[in-house]
Structures are given as structure tokens and as C-alpha cells.
Design a protein around this ligand. Structure first.
Ligand SMILES: Cc1cc2nc3c(=O)[nH]c(=O)nc-3n(C[C@H](O)[C@H](O)[C@H](O)COP(=O)(O)O)c2cc1C
Length: 330
């Protein structure tokens, strides 16, 4: 059964997301034929398709088999925090129309133990589907991340570090990330023996981006995901202004949707040209059509991820992108 996208879209965005995850977890999602192993190598995985689910869409690993059945090649689970967090008060997701969304979730998570148990359950019947676990910067990196990395490592292929969530206090500027990432990479390599890639925020400053990437590669980071949402303090990156949702009379949240595409494409282009062909790069932001997906791959992304486009167009978008990308790779 293809669950009814139009019906889900009639609810407020967070309710429709919760309902969709419940339906998927019950096995009611769309099913595609088993995908053969493909040609894309990514962070220890051999992907059937270089098309993945972006961070934030399945924060707890509740519906992993459903994403695989739907025809995705990998899922970034999380962002996961060491302890349970409520996140920000509701409403905290807004649809703006035309595939644009703003979210102000604030790293809500049931905590790493719940997520690790979900992943363990999934691995009992699916040992091969590619999973990344997204971790965020708790106040104390070593104390917070070591137990998380140890608990999750047996079930995931790689880790991502969400260095760019705009919805929590204290998220780091790119140029301040290297010392933190040195600890993170040490912790994850030490505790888990797995690669860590960093999810960067949007930027239109290629020189600063190159400097950040150089500094992070030096401290042991394996690659990059470009990019996270646009927060109000980077609103100059939007070519068409939006009406920002407000909390306590201040604009809040992070923008997802089509206006991110030129930014994610430019960031991937810059990094690929600067870093050469071997550093893994995942492109995310603004993919709403197969042409968008192809532009990220042409820019140099090894793989791409979807969020807002999938909530707008459903599995049809996935089908269309997967077949066009397969043609590109043939
Ligand atoms: C409701 C919502 C929650 C999100 N939560 C996370 C998160 O927990 N971790 C993360 O790295 N990115 C998170 N993101 C950002 C997405 O992974 C992605 O970077 C962003 O939406 C841009 O891609 P898109 O235009 O395809 O949606 C979230 C996005 C949305 C809309």
C-alpha cells in the first residue's frame, strides 16, 4: 500500500510526520523490488543507490526497514543526543508552500539507549542496509559522545557529527569546529572504529569553507555533508525572503527547501574541486526533482539525501531520482 500522502499533508507538519513514521513502522509504506548492490562506495557501504534519507527524518530509527523497502540506499538516523531531550515547544515545524519548510525542533531525541535498542532490533533481520548515526555536540564531548558512540557502533556503518543545528544554543561557527572535532574524531575512532563525517551549515564563503574543510580533515574527519538548514541570521542566503516563524517575538528555525539547492551545489562544487576525488561528500538541501539530484552529483557529491522533497512528493520523487541516477551511472 502506498500510504496516502495527500491525507497526511492535511495535518499539521509534525502530526503528519509522526503518523507517517507510525504507518511506516507498521509496514504500511510503499515497497519496491529488492535493489541490487550498486556501484557507489560510501563510508564502508556498497550502496544500491546513492540516494539517502537526511538527518532528522527518522530521529529514532523507528522505521528503518520501511526506508529500505521504499528504495532508499541509506539512512542517517538521528540526530541522537546522549540523554532524552524534549526539544523546543510546539509548533516547531511550518510548511511555507512550494516545498519550503522551517523547523525549530531543537534536537528532540529519546536518548541514545532507545535509539541503539531500535537499531539492534533492526539489525537482527537486516545486516546490510547502510546506516549512519548523527550525533550532536553535547556540552561535554568526551563524556557525552563516548558512551553514545560505543552503544551505536555495532549497528551503524558510519557516524555523522551535526555541527550545524541552528535550533539549539551554542552551535558552533565553522571556524571554531576543529578543536571540537579533534575530540569527536578521536572519541569515535577510539570507541567505535568508524569514520565520522561532519554536517556543515550553509555558507556563501568558499574560502572559509575550504579552510574549515582543511582544518577538519587534519583532525581526522573523513568527509562532509552539505548542508544543513538556513537560520534567520543567515537569511541573506535566501534569494526570496520568507516570513520567519517567531518565538518570543524573535525569528526562529532553519529553512529547508528549493532555495537551498544553489547553496548545497556551490558548497559541494567548492569542496570537490578543493579536496580532490577521494574525500566522501554527501549533498543535501533543496532536492525536489531528478534534475536537482543530478546537479548535486555533477557538482561532485558521492551521494545525496532528501528531506523536504520527500515530504512533498512522496515515493514518486524517489523512484524518479533513482532511475535517472542509475542511468547516469550506467
Ligand atoms: C523537521 C526537520 C528536522 C530536521 N532535523 C535534523 C536533524 O535532527 N539533524 C540534521 O542533521 N538535520 C536535520 N534537518 C535538516 C535536514 O537533514 C536537511 O539538511 C535540510 O532539511 C535540507 O534538505 P531538504 O531541502 O532536502 O529538506 C531537519 C530538517 C527538517 C525539515
Amino acid at each position: 500500500m502506498n500510504f496516502p500522502l495527500k491525507l497526511l499533508q492535511a495535518f499539521d507538519p509534525e502530526t503528519s510526520h509522526t503518523l507517517a513514521l507510525k504507518a511506516l513502522a507498521l509496514g504500511l509504506g510503499p515497497k519496491r523490488q529488492h535493489l541490487p548492490q550498486g556501484t557507489t562506495q560510501l563510508l564502508g557501504c556498497n550502496l544500491p543507490t546513492p540516494l539517502g534519507l537526511a538527518g532528522g527524518a527518522d530521529k529514532t530509527g523507528a522505521a528503518l526497514q520501511a526506508w529500505a523497502d521504499m528504495g532508499l540506499g541509506f539512512v542517517e538516523v538521528g540526530t541522537i543526543t546522549p540523554n532524552a531531550r524534549e526539544g523546543n515547544p510546539r509548533p516547531r515545524i511550518w510548511r511555507l508552500g512550494n516545498g519550503e519548510m522551517v523547523n525549530w525542533m531543537g534536537l528532540n531525541s529519546p536518548g541514545v539507549e532507545v535509539v541503539a535498542a531500535n537499531l539492534q532490533r533492526f539489525r537482527q533481520h537486516n545486516a546490510t542496509f547502510c546506516l549512519g548515526a548523527s550525533l550532536a555536540n553535547p556540552s561535554k564531548v568526551k563524556e557525552g559522545l563516548t558512551p553514545s558512540a560505543e552503544l551505536l557502533a555495532p549497528w551503524v556503518d558510519f557516524f555523522t557529527f551535526n555541527a550545524s543545528c541552528p535550533n539549539v544554543a551554542g552551535h558552533q561557527a565553522h571556524d571554531a569546529l576543529a578543536p571540537i572535532l579533534q575530540e569527536v574524531a578521536e572519541v569515535i575512532a577510539g570507541a567505535a572504529g568508524k569514520a565520522v563525517v561532519v554536517k556543515l551549515g550553509p555558507t556563501d564563503d568558499p574560502e572559509a569553507l575550504k579552510a574549515t574543510a582543511d582544518a577538519l580533515l587534519k583532525v581526522g574527519v573523513a568527509g562532509f555533508i552539505c548542508c544543513n538548514t538556513i537560520p534567520p541570521d543567515k537569511r541573506h542566503l535566501l534569494h526570496t525572503p520568507i516570513d520567519w516563524p517567531e518565538h518570543d517575538a524573535k525569528p526562529v528555525g532553519g529553512y529547508s527547501g528549493p532555495q537551498l539547492l544553489p547553496i548545497s551545489v556551490a558548497m559541494i562544487t567548492t569542496l570537490r574541486q578543493h579536496l580532490g576525488k577521494d574525500v566522501p561528500l554527501i549533498g543535501v538541501g533543496g532536492v525536489q526533482t531528478p534534475a536537482d539530484a543530478k546537479s548535486l552529483i555533477w557538482a561532485g557529491a558521492n551521494a545525496i539525501q532528501l528531506y523536504a522533497g520527500l515530504t512533498r512528493h512522496g515515493v514518486k520523487l524517489l523512484d524518479d531520482i533513482r532511475s535517472e541516477v542509475a542511468l547516469m551511472q550506467a
